[in-house]
Design a protein around this ligand. Structure first.
Ligand SMILES: [Fe+2]
Length: 180
């Protein structure tokens, strides 16, 4: 039998209760890749029949993590951004997402600007999941009909996050999220 959403949520809960740190999240990333092999799950939550938009598949009342399906119709390039004190795992369901990871090379003393250096670039293909630990900065670039499932440590709409102008390094606070 295929690994399904209920099993995935139960495993997220058990894992985060035991180890909420980077190793626990890495275990969740691997299980998300298993969930993305489930054709019934993909058909129900990430197919041409799924209405476009952001769907909350799970909002954990106790631990606060969320499982979200991002059903994107139109291509989008995000600016570099963080996920505040949270973390995020992106699991590709259809098409692809180009990921760029950055590190700050300034000393962090200026609250208004940052200097970013690209440290990693890769393409997430269907069935692959990428992890962005707390404080990590990344940007995403996807074509029309790219769909992905995201797991976040908390509801990102409720926390302070930063985005960075790629040209000037200027830091701005993010407003409630889109698919970033
Ligand atoms: Fe992001």
């Amino acid at each position: 039998m295929s690994y399904d959403l209920d099993q995935f949520i139960a495993e997220c809960r058990a894992t985060l209760q035991k180890d909420p740190g980077p190793a626990g999240r890495e275990a969740i990333r691997l299980r998300l890749e298993s969930l993305l092999q489930n054709k019934d799950f993909l058909q129900q939550h990430c197919s041409d029949e799924t209405p476009a938009g952001l769907h909350v598949l799970h909002d954990d009342p106790e631990l606060g993590f969320q499982v979200l399906a991002h059903i994107n119709e139109k291509a989008r390039i995000s600016p570099p951004h963080d996920h505040g004190h949270s973390w995020a795992i992106y699991g590709q369901a259809t098409s692809h997402t180009d990921m760029t990871e950055y590190e700050r090379v300034d000393d962090g003393s200026n609250p208004d600007t940052a200097e970013l250096k690209v440290i990693k670039q890769y393409r997430l293909m269907p069935g692959q999941a990428g992890i962005y630990q707390d404080g990590a900065i990344h940007s995403i670039d996807y074509p029309d009909k790219s769909r992905f499932v995201r797991v976040t440590g908390t509801n990102l709409d409720n926390i302070t996050r930063s985005r960075f102008d790629p040209k000037t390094g200027r830091i701005a606070q993010m407003t409630p999220q889109r698919a970033t």
